[in-house]
Design a protein around this ligand. Structure first.
Ligand SMILES: NC(=O)c1ccc[n+]([C@@H]2O[C@H](COP(=O)([O-])OP(=O)(O)OC[C@H]3O[C@@H](n4cnc5c(N)ncnc54)[C@H](O)[C@@H]3O)[C@@H](O)[C@H]2O)c1
Length: 466
C-alpha cells in the first residue's frame, strides 16, 4: 500500500504556536498512530477526519489488511463506520505493519499500545518499551511523541523517555524531540460520543510541548483540553478516576453480601442513597473486568510499591474483595440448586453474557472466566450464550446460537453481563423452557418478584429481602 505521506516532516517542535495552527488548518501535520486497536483506531480516524493525513501502524497483519481493504473492524463502535469510509475514500488514512516506513515521515507519533498486567499482577509495559526503543532510531528531529496508553505516574519521565533518548543519549528530549501524554478516557462502545464530550488531559515534559499537544487535540476534538503541570500529574488523574470506581465497587460488593444476610435488597438501598446530592452510585457484580479498572489498580499499586511506606492498602483490599465475587456467585448458584434438591456436580449451567461490560464484544479480564472455571471445577457442564459471541468458541466452549435453544434443558442460568438483550428477558419465557430453573442475576437486572411468580428459583447478588 502506498504511504499517504508525500511531504517531508514539518519539524513541529521547532515551530511557534501560530505557525502550528496554520499547518493544522492546512492539513500539513502528518500523524502516525502506533497501535490501532479499540482506542487507537478511532483516535487515528478522528485525526484523519480532521484533515490530517494519518497512518495507523500495528503488528496485527490481519487487522492492517482488513483496514486497507475497506472493512471497518469495530462493529460495536457507533458512528465510526461512516468516518472510516470517509477517510479511506479521501485518502487521509491507511494502515501498515511497517513502523520504519512511517515514523521517519511523521510529525506526530501517537502511541496507543496495550499496557496490560502480567500473570503476576504487575504492569506490563513491554509494548511501549519495544516500540520506544525502535523509535529512538526512527523519529525525525523536532517531531512530537504522545503517549495515550495508560501508564502509572512517573513511568514517562523515569523510564519511557530513556528508550527514546537511547543508552548513548544521542537524542535529548525537549531539544531533539518532544514527549508528552494525553491519556485516553473513552468508554468502549461509546468512543465517538466520549470523544465529543469528555475533557482531555494534556501534559508534556515542558510547557511548550503541553501547549502544542493542546492545540493539536483542539484541532481534532471539540472538547476542553486541560493543561496538566506535567506527564505524571496527567497520568495520576487518569488512574484516579478508574481506581476510585474500582474501590467503590469493592465497597458495594461487600455491602451487597451484608444486605443478603440482613434480608435487604441492595438495589433499593442504592436507589435511595443515590437521591442524596453527594452520593455517586456504583453497583455490585460478579467481579471487575476489562482492560482498564483492574489493570489501573495494579498500575497505581505498582507506583505505590516503588515509593514504599505501605501506601494504598485500600486498593489491595479492593482487589481481594472484587476477585472474591466469583466465589460468591458460585455459592449463590449452589445454594439455589440445593433448595430444589439438586447439586452443582453434574448440573448444566448456562452463562448469559461473557463480555466484561454490556453491549460490547470484549472478554478482556471478564468476570465470566473465573465463574466458568470455578463451576467446571465443581463438576458443572457449561453452556454460553452471548449475543456478541455467537458461533464462536470462548474459553474452550462452543457458544450457543440463540437464546431459545440455550435456555432449554439446563439446571441454572447465570446472568453475568447486562447486555440489552438480557434486560428484556421475560421470566415466564425462561421458566417455560426448563423446570425449576435456577436463575442467578449478578447485575440486578431482573425483577425478582415477577421472576419468582413465573416459577423461577431466583437469587441475585445483594438481593436479600425478596
Ligand atoms: N479499551 C479501553 O477501554 C481503554 C480506555 C481507555 C484507555 N485505554 C488504554 O489505551 C491503550 C490501548 O488500549 P486498547 O484497548 O486500544 O488495546 P487493544 O489491545 O485493543 O489495541 C492495542 C493494539 O496495539 C497493537 N500492538 C501491540 N503491540 C504492538 C507493537 N509492538 N507495535 C504495533 N502495534 C502493537 C495490537 O495489535 C492492538 O491492535 C492501553 O494503554 C489501555 O489501557 C483503553
Amino acid at each position: 500500500m502506498k504511504l499517504i505521506f508525500d511531504e517531508n516532516p514539518v519539524k513541529i517542535m521547532s515551530r511557534e504556536l501560530p505557525e502550528i495552527k496554520n499547518l493544522l488548518n492546512s492539513g500539513k501535520i502528518k500523524v502516525c498512530v502506533v497501535g490501532i486497536g479499540r482506542i487507537g483506531l478511532p483516535t487515528a480516524l478522528s485525526f484523519a477526519n480532521s484533515n490530517l493525513p494519518t497512518v495507523g501502524v500495528d503488528i496485527n497483519t490481519n487487522l492492517v489488511n482488513m483496514v486497507n481493504s475497506g472493512e471497518f473492524p469495530l462493529k460495536d463502535e457507533p458512528g465510526y463506520a461512516e468516518i472510516f469510509q470517509n477517510v479511506i475514500k479521501n485518502k487521509k488514512f491507511s494502515a501498515t505493519t511497517q513502523l520504519e516506513e512511517v515514523v521517519p515521515k511523521s510529525d506526530v507519533i501517537l502511541l496507543s499500545l496495550p499496557t496490560p498486567m502480567d500473570t503476576n499482577s504487575n504492569p506490563n509495559y513491554s509494548a511501549l518499551e519495544s516500540v520506544g526503543k525502535k523509535l529512538h532510531d526512527l523519529i525525525p528531529r523536532d517531531s512530537l511523541v504522545i503517549v495515550e496508553s495508560t501508564v502509572e505516574p512517573g513511568y514517562i519521565e523515569n523510564d519511557f523517555v530513556k528508550f527514546l533518548e537511547g543508552n548513548d543519549k544521542s537524542l535529548i528530549s525537549g531539544r531533539d524531540f518532544g514527549l508528552g501524554v494525553c491519556p485516553e478516557t473513552a468508554n468502549p462502545g461509546e468512543i465517538l460520543k466520549d470523544f465529543k464530550s469528555l475533557p482531555r488531559l494534556a501534559g508534556g515534559l515542558n510547557d511548550k510541548i503541553a501547549n502544542i499537544i493542546i492545540d493539536l487535540y483542539k484541532h481534532v476534538f471539540p472538547v476542553e483540553i486541560v493543561k496538566m503541570p506535567d506527564c505524571k500529574t496527567a497520568n495520576a488523574a487518569k488512574l484516579t478516576t478508574n481506581v476510585f470506581r474500582y474501590i467503590n465497587i469493592a465497597f458495594v460488593n461487600e455491602l451487597a453480601i451484608l444486605c443478603e444476610k440482613l434480608g435487604i435488597d441492595i438495589m433499593k438501598v442504592l436507589e435511595a442513597a443515590d437521591m442524596k446530592y453527594n452520593f455517586q452510585v456504583h453497583y455490585p457484580g460478579p467481579g471487575v473486568g476489562g482492560p482498564c479498572l483492574p489493570v489501573n489498580s495494579v498500575q497505581i499499586l505498582h507506583s505505590a510499591k516503588l515509593i514504599g511506606n505501605n501506601l494504598l492498602r485500600m486498593v489491595s483490599l479492593s482487589q481481594e474483595i472484587n476477585d472474591g465475587m466469583a466465589s460468591h456467585v458460585i455459592d449463590l448458584i449452589s445454594e439455589a440448586l440445593q433448595s430444589v434438591g439438586k447439586k452443582l456436580d453434574n448440573s448444566k449451567v448456562l452463562i448469559l453474557g461473557v463480555s466484561y461490560k454490556p453491549n460490547v464484544k470484549d472478554i478482556q479480564i471478564t468476570p465470566a472466566e473465573p465463574v466458568i472455571k470455578k463451576l467446571q471445577e465443581r463438576g458443572a457442564t457449561i453452556k454460553i450464550y452471548d449475543p456478541y459471541f455467537k458461533s464462536s468458541t470462548v474459553f474452550g466452549i462452543k457458544t450457543e446460537e440463540n437464546l431459545v435453544d440455550a435456555i432449554s434443558n439446563i439446571d441454572a442460568a447465570v446472568l453475568i453481563t447486562s447486555h440489552d438483550e438480557f434486560r428484556h428477558i421475560e421470566p415466564a419465557f425462561l421458566a417455560s423452557k426448563s423446570r425449576q430453573l435456577v436463575f442467578v442475576d449478578t447485575r440486578g437486572v431482573i425483577d425478582i418478584h415477577v421472576a419468582r411468580k413465573a416459577g423461577l428459583v431466583v437469587r441475585g447478588i445483594g438481593r436479600g429481602g425478596n
